[in-house]
Design a protein around this ligand. Sequence first.
Ligand code: ZN
Length: 500
Amino acid sequence: MRRKIIFVGLDGAEPELLQKWSNAGVLPHMKKLLRESAWMEPQTPAPFGDGVFWPAFFTAAGPAKHGRYFRSQIVPGTYSCKRFDEDKDFTYETLWRLASDAGRKVAVIDMPKAPLKRGLNGVQLVDWIVHDRCGRTRSHPAALAPEITERFGKDPNDGNVGVEPGERRTPAATEALSQQLLWRVDAKRRACLHLLQEEDFDLFMVAFQEAHDIGHQCWHLHDPGHPLHREWGIDTMCTPVKDVYRALDQAVGELAARAGDNHLLVVVAGLGMGPSYTGNYLLDGILKSFERNGRDASYVRRQRGIFRLLPIGVRDRLRAVTFTAEGVRAEERRRRKFFAIPHNQNAGAIRINLVGREPDGRVKPGYEFDELCEQLSAKLKSLTNADTGGPVVDEVVKISERFAGPHLDRLPDLLVVWNRSAPIHAIRGPDIEETPRKPLGPRTGDHTQRALALVRGPGIEARRVEGAVSIMDLGATVAALLEVSIRDSDGEPIAQLAGR
Ligand SMILES: [Zn+2]
């Protein structure tokens, strides 16, 4: 039987906190939902992280098929990385496009990392109140965006909460951020209820992204084990993480009430949040040491020599723009056999400079590539955390062995999964002695691989879904419940929910 669905995404919300605070009565609506729903802990296509989680859900496909794995990606045929443009670069079909093509009425509000699809049977609003805005607030139909912002307001953070490098937020600034995020949850909650009142949709999807922002910015205030934890964060009235989760709970409760018995309610929280421990910012230096490429070292020395001849004022300005520019990095990558590229903090990403794929490839495909991957993997796994002495890399994954699809060439070749049980300030290893010590980055929280999904409605048994479930299976399940077919899916509809 075809179902109508209200979907609520809690982007960046940590499942362990949702469970803990539900049990403690802090999140009464989540507590009720946990009791009334089928629930599961869907897995993301590991070891990719947050950049893949939502796209894998709303396409029911992995990154080698849809091509998106992070906000900044290497441009095929070059050594440069650029911001992934969801509207232009994401060409794979989304759940709502397929549903719309099948005649379902859809509404899609601020789905993370989602492209705007024009010509829908329904409405879509993109980049209104989000964690990381890709472009201006836009919509289908075009009149919806100005109408919603006029009526419910604009994002006070302008699509990017940002960070304050080198210093932490004062209590007053934290309180101000917290108030902005609470306002954001409230504005989106009211906008959703307004849209749902105006029209009955077969598929209504919304994602709230405030748990994402507060988790990145204020995890140190929440987590007593974090090195930057401040007592005033946990022992006084200032509990920004908990406050945001409470507001989200209220929004979920009201949307659940709206779903009633007529709609299935699907809630997905993730990817979760924990302390931001990563070795990503040390990885490229380690790879350079591994390579011990004379030409590369002399290139860097030459560059530094010229730089020192410039007047100090010019040097400062150049340092700010040129030496961090992607163009300079790209020229350096061209001279190397392998190099780090940007990725989520859970895993460092390595691209091999491959003959036939890169313009100045230095490693031949086949035996030479495989041999290099094995050597790198062995060396990386022998690295240790300079402070704890324990291993700093849990796993090195060769992406071509785990993923297949037309966009495999856009992905990193190796992902280096960090052991994140302790802060990583410096790394030791046989070829590198010890890296320079670095402070933790400006974000104090970062994503875990955890997620939680709830499905509630008539005919759905309130119990744990059996077996391992991927987030792509959940996407395929939503499609099956709408009686919409998905081509070339990496997910399977979950029999317990989709009745197959
Ligand atoms: Zn994030």
